[in-house]
Design a protein. Sequence first.
Length: 113
Amino acid sequence: MMKWQSIQALGFALSIALTLAPSAQADEPLPDAKSLAVTEAILDHCAKIDPAYASNYQKRVQLVAQGASEEILAKVRKSDEYQQAHDSVVESLAKVKEQDAKKACSQALAENR
């Protein structure tokens, strides 16, 4: 039961991350630190465990930050809120079996093309 809940949680979080990624535009405010951290942590994890599609995940990461300068992104990424959220997601993802996470990543990517 716990395994299935972890997979469902990963799938849900990944769907949100992939949905939010294309919504960032130059004329809109940056996502808050927590949203950016969660999205980047999930997509970075997917790129690592699903290297065949790493470039697709990395493109989504770039879309999240679209329109923001590297200086502003660096500042957000150094914030405590970003660090705490990022670390929490990384810790949670480490508990999901790689094959299950890879499946969730692949399915979410296919659904959000």
